[in-house]
Ligand binder design. Structure first.
Ligand code: HEM
Length: 416
């Protein structure tokens, strides 16, 4: 059934949140691209939103429906931004405000792994099915077969460590990638809410094939930065309790996951420049400069300079800015406290090297991101109202901490 008819039928029926025709609506959005959803569709979705507060069904179902409509009607409402573009409120991201996962590093990692495995396995399934000419959405600018094979290989590099940690390594061999089999194994492994999150969070603005990859890679980085933010909160708590050794180990874990995720950039580098330039015409106003998790990571390391806090960089992520301005504890401030309390030698032994490794990993991320942006964007302005790559050149070497050795002696092992 087409999306408009399906929503109309729901509106005139029992209006139970769990019966909302998500599948038809998502299919319809993917058929046109979110920027081009026909007016009749927007109208019935608007009607659904009007009744969404009083629908029958479980509370969680009502919340999901409201979030979904919030994400879907962003452009129509003039609220479109990075959060709604990536459908972040529909994704189960690790949450730095959840005390249980701040304390439990393994649980936090599991959250991130489950989500990244789901997102990347889904994009590999899509790439493979489109290459096989099976009916798939986003038919414009399909990649050549060689490029698809490269994507499948690079996608497996991203997945391998997380699959192994989740006990799913049997689902796929690096040298024999079978995306359908992999997806089935991952789908079986996920719970119903996670499957739903994957299905509802692919709402591209265009019909350009490569936008699928772009969205899934951005979402995977979001999940990774969200985990790093949780880890940094854990480090801050441990240092506050005087546990320098454990704090250093948790910081090493954050370094490990940042480094491990770097093949996500190699995967995204396979995006066709022409494809990116095509669909980005409809993404104005949605930029990762608005990423809460990234700015939270930056500001949990040390309090950013006032000039940065008052610049477009932090004004674009107001919640992270508020936290930083309200004087939240940071790794740097906790280290300072330890030093002032007479633990300078302990800090030197346990933490300085870990801080240097983390700083090198984050700076490495920024430099790779800068190179990728130059390749894709050239000298064009960004979608976050900056000068584009000139802005990135300026910010890529901002110090992560105030004081770390100038020549880091290399990364310690990931001690998670
Ligand atoms: C085609 C690939 C990409 C291009 C061309 C690109 C371009 C840009 C540009 C021009 C900016 C400056 C803000 C603006 O005006 O938009 C920016 C910022 C940013 N991008 Fe990307 N980006 C790409 C991929 C990614 C990916 C995969 C991530 C992962 C989440 C990411 C995360 C960020 C972050 C966190 C910022 C804010 C940096 C800061 O304020 O210090 N970008 N990007």
């Amino acid at each position: 059934m087409n999306g408009v008819d399906a929503v109309q039928r729901w509106l005139t029926g029992q209006r139970c949140s769990d019966d909302f025709p998500y599948r038809d609506v998502v299919a319809s959005v993917r058929e046109h691209g979110k920027h081009f959803v026909p007016p009749q569709m927007l109208e019935v979705l608007g009607q659904a939103r009007e009744v969404a507060n009083s629908v029958a069904g479980p509370d969680a179902g009502g919340r999901l429906l409201r979030s979904f409509l919030n994400v879907l009607l962003d452009k129509a409402d003039g609220r479109y931004d990075y959060r709604t573009y990536l459908a972040l409120e529909l994704l189960p991201l690790p949450d730095a405000d959840r005390g249980d996962i701040v304390v439990d590093a393994a649980a936090a990692l599991r959250y991130r792994d489950r989500l990244v495995v789901a997102l990347i396995a889904d994009v590999l399934r899509f790439e493979h099915a489109a290459a096989e000419d099976r009916r798939q959405p986003l038919p414009e600018l399909r990649p050549a077969p060689g490029l698809t094979r490269k994507r499948l290989r690079l996608g497996m590099r991203v997945l391998q460590p997380a699959l192994a940690r989740l006990g799913l390594e049997q689902a796929c061999a690096v040298d024999d990638v079978r995306p359908d089999r992999l997806w089935r194994a991952v789908e079986d492994f996920l719970d119903q809410d996670e499957r739903q999150a994957v299905a509802l969070s692919m709402l591209p603005v265009s019909r350009v094939h490569d936008e699928y990859l772009f969205l899934r890679v951005l979402q995977s980085w979001e999940a990774t930065f969200a985990l790093v933010a949780v880890d940094l909160c854990g480090v801050i708590q441990l240092l506050g309790d005087g546990h320098a050794v454990h704090g250093g180990a948790r910081l090493d874990a954050a370094t490990g996951i940042l480094r491990e995720a770097s093949p996500l950039f190699s995967l995204l580098a396979t995006m066709q420049v022409a494809a990116f330039r095509d669909f980005r015409r409809w993404t104005e106003g949605a930029s990762a400069i608005q990423s809460y998790s990234y700015k939270l990571v930056e500001s949990l390391c040390r309090r950013p300079e006032l000039a940065r806090l008052h610049s477009v960089a932090f004004q674009s992520a107001p919640q992270a800015r508020m936290r930083a301005l309200s004087g939240q504890a940071t790794v740097q401030s906790q280290v300072g406290k330890l030093e002032r309390a007479g633990f300078a030698a302990v800090v030197e032994d346990q933490l300085v090297e870990s801080m240097a490794s983390f700083a090198a990993a984050l700076t490495g991320w920024r430099r790779t991101h800068y190179s990728l942006a130059v390749r894709m964007l050239g000298n064009e302005a960004g979608t976050g109202y900056t000068s584009g790559t000139a802005y990135l050149k300026e910010v890529k070497d901002i110090p992560v901490f105030n004081r770390v050795p100038s020549t880091p002696s290399g990364a310690r092992r990931d001690r998670r």
